[in-house]
Design a protein around this ligand. Structure first.
Ligand SMILES: [Fe+2]
Length: 133
């Protein structure tokens, strides 16, 4: 399943939208590497890229929410922390499996569903709130 940012995922805040696009690209990079059955070191590098970018993005998004005094910031922080845990678990599951590529391929759906659902249900509300200011 290819991963793409589509305009219906627009939150209406440029910084967030631009980062979401790159975020999808990083996730794509990991799953393409999985499909191509790249070596374990390579997969780990791609997981780290996704992980680093996710953390940076959440940090920036949370800073933006603080700046506009977004009322539902705590729920967002919780959701973000939980996804960071999911990624850490993916990395440890992969390495504990001895580098079984199926662990990566099977995680594709989980990650994509999370990203799209989080953006549609939670991040869009940030944009809606920003518009009322
Ligand atoms: Fe978020």
């Amino acid at each position: 399943m290819a991963i793409e940012w589509t305009p219906d995922l627009s939150v209406g805040v440029e910084l967030i939208d631009e980062q979401h696009k790159i975020w999808f690209e990083k996730a794509n990079g990991l799953f393409e590497a999985g499909k191509e059955r790249k070596a374990r070191e390579y997969i780990n590098t791609m997981i780290d890229f996704l992980d680093d970018y996710t953390k940076q993005h959440f940090k920036d998004e949370e800073a933006y929410m603080e700046k506009i005094r977004y009322p539902e910031i705590e729920a967002q922080k919780k959701a973000h922390a939980s996804f960071i845990n999911d990624l850490a678990k993916l990395k440890s599951d992969y390495n504990e499996s001895g580098g079984n590529i199926l662990v990566i391929i099977n995680a594709n759906k989980m990650v994509i569903n999370w990203l799209t659902k989080h953006i549609k249900t939670m991040d869009k509300k940030i944009g809606e709130y920003a518009k009322t200011l």
